[in-house]
Design a protein around this ligand. Sequence first.
Ligand code: NDP
Length: 388
Amino acid sequence: MTNRITILGSTGSIGVNTLDVIAQLGEDYAVDALTGNGNIALLARQARDARARLAVTADETRYDDLKDALAGSGIEAAAGRSGLAEAAEGYSNWVMAAIVGTAGLMPTLAAARRGANIALANKECLVSAGDLFVHAVANGGGRLLPVDSEHNAIFQVLEEGQRHALERIILTASGGPFRTWTREAMASVSAATAREHPNWSMGLKISIDSASMFNKALEMIEAQHLFHVRPEQIEVVVHPQSVIHSMVGYKDGSVLAQMGCPDMRTAIGYALSYPSRPTLDVERLDFTRLSRLDFEAPDEGRFPALRLARRAMEAGGLQGAVLNAAKEVALEAFIDGRIGFLDMAVIAEAVMDRMAHLPAASIMEDVFAADAEARRHASGLVSKSAAA
Ligand code: NDP
């Protein structure tokens, strides 16, 4: 059977890798719709190469550019929120959710509600909307397959029949470029330095989130919702080589790990081919060339994002949405050079303090309202911090 796939965020790092994997999977997969934002030239080229039905830019002002770039191809062009909704609600039975940030929530939700299988790279869906998102997928009747390498690793080694014996989930973290830096040294780093990830090649924002360990913080919350575990069952261990992508510990003392070279295509291929494993042209792990595997405890003093994640997980409700929205505003401000690297966590924590007493979300609109309020508070704090 041919699977039809829509890639939300095809022009990004995950999107490009997904198209590579689809090309490797051969005739089993055909592309339905592709979406991007600013990179119109790449979007049009991808749509032509993949013979997509529809190409969408999220940026309404770029609609004419996209239409021009697709001229003569017969591929439909669309733009803006309605265009993203059209892509998400289209004819595919698979959707790769790879838009960066909360912008990915609405279209992914639309795809989930109509019963598409969701390959989820956009962790923000789970961090912000948590169980509401999980229920939307379940009610729609599709499957939720984790693409984030850590969660994909856990998914690979979490034995379905052994859930009663699950004790803990151990998320590995590379520690990022500042693993050994002092807080004083981190205070003055630029976005250009922070985006240099030691092992993984990723988009700008997730690379900086890895440097601050906000990425790991979001992954802790993501794991809580994906695997239905309590906060105290989620551990983080720093493993600088990124060879072990994560582990599951069982009540008999056994620990199962998934290993491989750091390449997102393995996780993408596993998700899209589930429950069988595809053949992929990726680098093989050569144990004779691995001189060592190191592990160390994360330092929550230097990386307070991890502490904020625990706080959000323990509080539950809308705290994930608050943390994520405040972090996104602070991250944009750091990238623009308006605040320092360490200010991101300070701002996120201050917004969490301010919104600590929100009731739990019962409908998706509660999530959007909390997200908007957290952004307002965070923007105010950014302005204050930038003026100081
Ligand atoms: P990139 O920044 O490389 O790509 C983001 C994609 O989203 C691009 O297609 C971009 O379009 C599009 N986009 C940007 N802003 C908007 C918007 N406002 N509305 C709609 N589309 C938008 O990100 P990554 O591929 O690195 O990450 C994507 C998601 O996957 C993130 O949630 C990330 O946390 C997660 N993830 C990524 C991993 C990785 O290895 N990269 C690993 C695990 C998870 P354009 O480029 O045309 O502007």
